[in-house]
Design a protein around this ligand. Sequence first.
Ligand code: SAM
Length: 233
Amino acid sequence: MRASTDPQAATADRYREFAEVEARGMSACYETWARGVADDPATAALIDRLPGPKRQPNLVFSASRFHGAPVSDYAAFAAWLAAHWAEVEATCLSHATQTNEPGRCAVLLPALAAIPGPLALIEVGASAGLCLHPDRYSYRYTAADGGVRMLHPADGPSPVLLDCATTGPLPLPDRLPEVVWRAGVDLNPLDLNDEPDVAWLDALIWPGAHRSADTAARGGGGRQGAAGRDRAR
Ligand SMILES: C[S@@+](CC[C@H](N)C(=O)[O-])C[C@H]1O[C@@H](n2cnc3c(N)ncnc32)[C@H](O)[C@@H]1O
């Protein structure tokens, strides 16, 4: 198990590995914050008040963002966290990371489309259900040679465009699969009509990550997620 996800590992080690392996190249802010925690015994001691599984860097950082921590340098973040620890601690204890990444549909689509349809989908760990709608998003697959394949739902382009870079031969379908039934199962299904749930989903998006599709999927494509939610209970 990696130190960053090992609840028994020392907090400094967990945050240093998170900075170097998970955040680097993904979020300059989280890389800076995690490296800062790793070198700051006072903040690490604050985080150590949480049970081991709850010291997870992306949970502590998401809870901080949920309560308004601005994207900042480490000194400003450490001061903010010390001043708001009670709220952050309560949210870490009551919440879990539930990032819902509709972009995963672009990777799943070729396999789903290869199955003779129509399809019934069931997703275990569906979060808000955004991945239950591979037939309702638009896709742009761009090959290494620059070739582009666009795919759209049967009733026209979706407000949610999922971009996917490809390498090597890929069996891309000519059309999206037909999905006639879908259901999500989750320990804690998130509700796209519930403001705190949507705020938590937003807080789970790492600062600096290019996630316009998530926003569109929750906003313009909100009905899509709502359908998933209704069946996720
Ligand atoms: C990281 S999220 C991924 C959501 C979605 N599959 C995606 O790819 O965007 C993991 C989800 O799995 C759920 N989960 C974790 N353990 C579970 C279990 N034993 N049974 C059902 N859901 C679970 C969590 O509540 C969370 O919503």
